[in-house]
Design a protein around this ligand. Structure first.
Ligand SMILES: [Zn+2]
Length: 380
């Protein structure tokens, strides 16, 4: 009975709709909740993001819901499971399993084909899904884990050579070719890095997913956003591998967290630049991060703007790298930096979150200005 109402009230999706077709061609997962499509030649229907081969345009029919597709005689695809509400969870589990597979198999070559096969996905689709869920490509993730593993064994006192061996690499050049870019300091400096940090962290739900905030007695040392608590925790623990880390709900962190949550959730302008920070960086990174904090709430600038402001006009790329290494996003607002052509550029927590942060700031600022104008009118 409900399905009857559905067909009557719901407009039939126009089979010439260009946007929907484009979503299928791009395998655009953002449309996954919006519609499904049936393929006449096979009698199967799929989600827009289905990894299977793209059908011919003239074979495709669009449906608003899986039920409508089934009523038109189509069967659900076994690869993208369009009628399965647990699909998103299943995909997440596959990717989380891949991450732990990577963590345990650093000593071998970890190619895209093998990783994809493990996750039961085509290499292409696997790569995109991984990027979407983890925020890094599989390759970047593998490199990152290797690097953290090397960092960890160096800060435990291992020699550089054996640290590299432990990380599944045989040549020291891997670490030395560009040690500054990778470690932020020389390998030898990393080895002697203090083990005395005492870090507390806690995790909260917010409109952009899970928010992790970590800090020492001196200030905030890590902020991250994501979908999975375990991934957020793991990356904190590997980034600060030699520190003492405990999860907490109270302590000094409390007021810092409520400020960050007020910034994220609130309808008012909450600048975070007064929060104390306890972060380590190269002098170049410090310069860049200070400039980021100087970008006013609600506005954006480009990587080359920042490069000019720190008198390194040719270093836009290095500026982008420093932004990517910012350990305290939101507080050091790297989301306010966009490309010179106005496009958004990347963001460690995903471009959608970046868009949302920028939009919310613009709205809040507009509202604050309008409120101010009203007050002026009343009192003048
Ligand atoms: Zn499918």
């Amino acid at each position: 009975m409900t399905s009857r109402t559905e067909t009557e009230l719901v407009p039939v999706l126009d089979s010439t709709n260009v946007d929907l077709w484009r979503a299928i061609k791009r395998r655009d997962y953002r449309y996954d909740e919006a519609f499904v499509f049936g393929v006449r030649s096979t009698g199967i229907y799929c989600r827009p993001s289905c990894p299977a081969r793209t059908p011919r345009r003239n074979q495709v029919a669009f449906f608003l819901t899986p039920r409508l597709a089934e009523r038109a005689g189509y069967r659900a695809c076994k690869r993208c499971l369009p009628n399965d509400k647990g699909f998103a969870t299943l995909q997440r589990t596959r990717i989380e399993e891949t991450c732990s597979f990577i963590n345990q198999n650093l000593d071998r070559r970890l190619g895209l084909a093998e990783l994809g096969k493990n996750a039961n996905l085509s290499p292409f689709y696997f790569q995109r899904l991984f990027k979407r869920i983890v925020g890094l490509t599989p390759r970047q993730y593998v490199e990152g884990v290797r690097l953290r593993c090397a960092k960890m064994s160096m800060s435990n006192g291992d020699s550089v050579r054996s640290a590299i061996y432990r990380a599944g690499r045989s040549s020291t050049s891997w670490l030395y070719t560009n040690p500054y870019a990778k470690l932020g300091m020389r390998p030898s400096a990393y080895r002697s890095k203090g083990k005395s940090m005492h870090i507390r962290y806690s995790i909260h739900n917010c409109r952009l997913g899970k928010l992790l905030v970590a800090g020492t007695d001196k200030g905030v040392c890590a902020v991250s956003l994501g979908d999975s608590e375990s991934i957020l925790e793991a990356s904190l623990r590997t980034e600060y591998s030699s520190a003492r880390i405990v999860r907490t709900d109270t302590s000094k962190l409390g007021s810092w967290i409520s400020e960050i949550l007020a910034y994220l959730e609130g309808r008012e302008v909450v600048p975070l630049d007064a929060l104390p920070l306890d972060i380590r960086a190269t002098s170049f990174e410090y310069k860049v991060w200070r400039e980021l904090q100087a970008i006013p709430y609600g506005s954006t600038c480009s990587y080359s703007d920042i490069a000019r402001r720190i008198s390194r006009p040719k270093s836009a790329r290095a500026v982008a790298n420093a932004c990517a290494k910012n350990p305290v996003p939101l507080v050091v607002p790297c989301h306010r930096v966009v490309r010179s052509d106005g496009s958004l550029g990347g963001y460690g927590f995903g471009v959608e979150r970046k868009t949302s942060l920028i939009q919310r700031e613009e709205e809040n600022l507009k509202r604050a200005k309008a409120g101010k104008a009203n007050e002026d009118r009343v009192f003048s």
